[in-house]
Design a protein around this ligand. Structure first.
Ligand code: GLC
Ligand code: GLC
Length: 690
């Protein structure tokens, strides 16, 4: 037994009887026994995570005891149905790897006005097939600019414009009854400057000043500052804000009204652990660890993804295992791919955004070349099989080009120039670009920038619809479906930014709103236009064509056991424009081929056969049958094929004499090939409300 383990054992031995005195009324109940069982199982992890952070402080034991008492109190307050869910999830810890999983994300106000409005849209979520719903922070926040709710003034109160806490709990409950898990943010790196803790700090209360990083002058900010990244460059350079009311400088990594919490102070950990459990007790099944990389600071470092951040996440995770075991964490680390991986573990975040896939889907679309995507996914997407990626095409945030520079060089790409190209391409500045995105955080000094834009606008639909060119509209719809098609089939949990399934373009209205104008991310957070949504089944409209395409892909995913969990084998297609991967689960296999070019592309039949799928396939996307001959398989522009071995997939006896080119047997549904659908002739511009 190593030292830490021994100390943990001794500490638990001391804490347990004190706890039993404090909670005497509960001792002996099944709930108490369940708590003690989990405490014994996970206390060692909690101790091992907290000891390196706070073990050297004289009052470590006091804080350790307070966090355990907090966990006990919150467990006892946990509703019975959630305790039942805890057991269910402990019994099936890989539940989120099912092929039925599908996520959606929305802003409550922009999607449906209020929490009750969201609840009224449950039939829409069900129609789409969602099993996971992420609400952007609906909590009390400053009026005006609150960074879309990411400046939280109270984790226990809902923004009154959206409803009340009871409405949130009711929504969680009804969603769960419909098989949809609620995902909320745990905005734990910072609070708003209106949070009661910040208010007390502002009045000079020493105890609360220690909850934040507050400096009397520029000495320390200057010492830290040199190594830090500017996150919100458009709004405010640097990471510190001068407060005239306090005559002091406050650490604000993001906006000046978002005050970074000081986790060097163990009280902050204990109190935030309680906030976390209160969110879990309201029914959140997954918490998104917002801005996780920034949560620990150390002088002389860039203060991102320090080893202490990992301990902090492990400590929160251990608390969750003890007092709300159904809870999962999703990491929001939009950083270098190696760093992203460092948060994904059973004892940290079981789920993580996959920003590398996201960025490289767009990169491949711009270049019509999937090689960087291919090597990156082959080498950098392996995670613990008990965890899962959340695969998305775009989020409420900007797109950053976070690929590895050496990977880029290996495929002959100069990383610096390439990022400039991608920014020029997606802002539409590059000649011939189909994209209509906006720069975010553009740094005139370095030329760095990130990109804002909805999926439709970045994929060309905004421009194509404005021009009213049917061929361009068709191509941009295919691009949207290609990107989402990969996200839906490559493993983990696919996540739709709601609105993308209707081909929603950018909304430039934010420029007229004082609270939003400086932040181009609002362009890709449009309010849901329900009259557009009402056209979703009308194939004469753009919305209908995009939505129907989504539904077909979702049905495919949810009906293909091969697409469960995350096992991914990236394959060599022999064609740089075609990204290929095999997904397998139990005995089923699917070979996906994605053509990132607007020209038809061929893949050698041999390359397909190599992956052990035989000769006769069904393309799950079109339902068409394909029999491979000797020659090549041809993919239409931007086509995604998902090839599953046909029922009798044995090689035909006459295989060597099989016809030289593949035969595509239409499925009878009239949608066997993308190209078989006529291009729309009537201008559809007026139908896509621009
Ligand atoms: C997160 C959010 C982003 C927000 C920032 C500060 O990364 O996704 O929208 O601006 O953190 O909370
Ligand atoms: C940066 C941060 C990320 C944050 C985003 C806001 O990329 O790394 O955490 O969400 O900025 O747009």
């Amino acid at each position: 037994m190593d030292n830490i383990e021994r100390q943990a054992k001794i500490s638990l031995g001391r804490i347990a009887p004190r706890l039993e005195r404090e909670f005497a009324a509960h001792v002996g109940t099944p709930a108490w026994d369940a708590f003690m069982r989990r405490l014994r199982a996970h206390f060692g992890d909690l101790f091992a995570a907290l000891a390196p952070l706070y073990g050297a402080q004289y009052d470590f034991f006091y804080h350790l005891e307070s966090v355990v008492a907090t966990a006990a109190r919150m467990w006892l307050a946990r509703p019975a149905r959630l305790r039942a869910l805890d057991e269910e999830r402990e019994g099936a810890p890989r539940w989120f790897q099912s092929e039925r999983m599908l996520g959606g994300v929305l802003y409550v106000d922009l999607f449906a006005g209020t929490l009750d409005g969201v609840r009224a849209r449950i039939p829409y979520f069900k129609e789409l097939g969602l099993t996971y719903l992420h609400l952007m922070p609906p909590f009390l926040a400053p009026v005006g600019n609150s960074d879309g709710g990411y400046a939280v003034s109270s984790y226990r109160e809902v923004d009154p414009r959206l409803g009340a806490m009871e409405d949130l709990a009711r929504l969680a409950e009804e969603l769960r009854e419909e098989g949809i898990s609620l995902v909320l943010d745990f905005v734990f790196n910072h609070t708003s400057d209106e949070h009661p803790w910040a208010r007390r700090a502002r009045t000079g209360d020493e105890e609360y000043r220690d909850y934040y990083y507050i400096f009397p002058d520029r000495t320390l900010p200057d010492q830290y500052g040199g190594a830090l990244r500017d996150i919100f460059l458009d709004v405010r350079p640097g990471s510190f804000t001068y407060r005239p009311d306090m005559d002091a400088w406050v650490w604000t990594t993001f906006n000046s009204f978002q005050w970074d919490l000081n986790y060097g102070n163990p009280v902050v950990f204990v109190r935030m652990a309680e906030e976390m459990l209160s969110l879990a007790n309201r029914g959140a099944e997954t918490l998104r660890l917002d801005a996780v990389a920034f949560a620990w600071k150390r002088l002389g470092t860039p203060c991102e993804s320090l080893p202490e951040v990992h301990d902090l996440v492990r400590a929160f995770n251990a608390v969750a295992r003890i007092a709300a075991p159904a809870l999962l964490f999703k990491s929001e680390a939009i950083v270098h791919p190696d760093e992203v991986l460092s948060y994904i573990a059973l004892d940290q975040c079981q789920l993580s955004y996959n920003p590398l896939l996201m960025a490289l889907l767009w990169e491949s679309l711009a270049t019509r070349d999937a090689r960087l995507l291919q090597i990156s996914m082959r080498e950098r997407s392996h995670i613990d099989p008990r965890c899962a990626w959340v695969n998305y095409v775009r989020s409420h945030d900007d797109i950053g080009w976070t690929f590895d520079d050496d990977d880029a060089r290996r495929v002959g790409i100069d990383p610096v120039g390439h990022r400039q190209f991608l920014n020029a391409f997606y802002t539409g500045r590059f000649p011939g670009s189909f994209a209509r995105g906006l720069p975010f955080g553009e740094n005139p000094r370095t030329g760095d920038a990130r990109i804002s834009g909805t999926c439709a606008s970045l994929a060309g639909l905004e421009q194509a619809a404005r021009d009213g060119v049917p061929e361009e509209i068709e191509l941009s719809i295919r691009r949207i479906l290609l990107l989402y098609g990969v996200a839906l089939t490559i493993g983990g949990i696919p996540l739709i930014y709601l609105g993308d399934e209707l081909g929603t373009p950018n909304d430039y209205g934010y420029r007229a709103d004082e609270a939003k104008e400086g932040d181009s991310r609002w362009a890709h957070r449009p309010a849901t236009n329900w009259s557009r949504a009402a056209r979703r089944d009308d194939l004469e409209t753009i919305e209908g064509r995009v939505y129907t395409g989504f539904r077909r892909l979702i049905t495919l995913r949810q009906g293909a056991p091969a697409l469960a969990d995350g096992a991914l084998e990236v394959v060599e297609t022999g064609n740089g424009s075609v990204f290929g991967y095999v997904r397998h689960h139990a005995d089923s296999r699917v070979l996906a081929l994605a053509n990132f070019s607007e020209a038809a592309q061929a893949v050698a039949a041999n390359a397909v056969r190599l992956y052990g799928l035989g000769y006769a396939f069904t393309d799950l996307v079109t339902g068409g049958a394909i029999v491979l001959g000797e020659d090549t398989l041809v993919l239409e522009p931007y086509q995604l094929m998902c090839l599953a071995p046909a029922i009798s997939s044995k090689a035909p006896a006459t295989s060597s004499k099989a016809p030289a080119v593949e035969r595509i047997v239409p499925s009878g549904q009239g949608t066997a090939r993308l190209s078989s659908r006529p291009m729309r002739q009537n201008p559809v511009r007026q139908r896509l409300d621009l």
